[in-house]
Design a protein around this ligand. Sequence first.
Ligand SMILES: Cc1cc2nc3c(=O)[nH]c(=O)nc-3n(C[C@H](O)[C@H](O)[C@H](O)COP(=O)(O)O)c2cc1C
Length: 320
Amino acid sequence: MNGALFLGKRAMLQTTLAGVTLPTPLVLASGIIGTSATLLTRAAALGAGAVTAKSAGPELRKGHRNPICFDWGEGLINAVGLPNPGATHEADLLAAAKQALAPSRVALIASIFAGTPEQFAAVAQIVLQANPDILELNISCPNVHDDFGEPFAASCAGAASVAAAVKPLCRAAGVPMFIKLAPNVPNIGRIAADAVAAGADGITAINTMPGMVIDIESARPILTNRSGGLSGPMLRPIAVRCVYEIAEAVPGTPIIGTGGVTSGADAIEMLMAGATAVGVGSAIYYRGLEAMQQISEEMTLWLQSHGVASLDDIRGMAHR
Ligand SMILES: Cc1cc2nc3c(=O)[nH]c(=O)nc-3n(C[C@H](O)[C@H](O)[C@H](O)COP(=O)(O)O)c2cc1C
């Protein structure tokens, strides 16, 4: 490809997310390929504008026993159970990933979870030492009720309490703080608004949607955890609706629209709903890590064929 043309294409997709410049609007979603520097830099080389690490908590967790994830035909269902090495080891992995990503200028998003707002702050303090570009608070994992109770994302007060506890640390570190919300709530816009009022700089929407698949021969749920989180194509209209409602509730707040995005057309739809950037998760299962490259090329082709010079021209278009 001719150099000027290549630069033009990159410029077309360049995105600013809460003050962080991303080469493309595509954000590798949390939990899809872990926190390994090797895999994260590969996603970066293939067209991700930011990569999100696997969520880490206060201590090492092994997660649930197999089966933890499978393709049920219309998407994936998983209950991995947040396996992670604990905050201290995670900070080392994040520091290595940050260093490896530096030449590409692809942003690193750290993701954390915990059982109380105070624990969230303690984990944040540790992982912020790795200097991620953004910190994402996963308050919406649907698969760990037994250990952590109802997710904080289930209520305005829960979301706000975590945001308020972590905000002073993010402010001191100069790191934007995103809150990851759940789709299974009656009014996601209100929860986003309270999280933003409590200090969130941006919203990631959405996490997986709780579901269950039963094997009718054994008459038992297939996942060891019984229920799991649905992701992939069937999640997309739910995610688009959530992003649309958040954009209405907190106009101007950066949103990483995540859920079921598998093609360039899906990513364009998410931007039109009001997303600033677009999360890509299960598409990696369907299309491989090359999904990043394919989606960014498909987006570029769509923009060119519609005479659109900048993503800003289509962001939030469905609200007009
Ligand atoms: C196997 C698997 C593991 C996941 N682990 C995490 C995680 O650790 N933290 C998190 O915030 N989200 C996690 N998610 C949710 C994704 O980040 C994303 O929000 C969700 O899958 C919807 O996007 P998608 O349809 O593009 O996959 C996980 C999803 C899958 C499929």
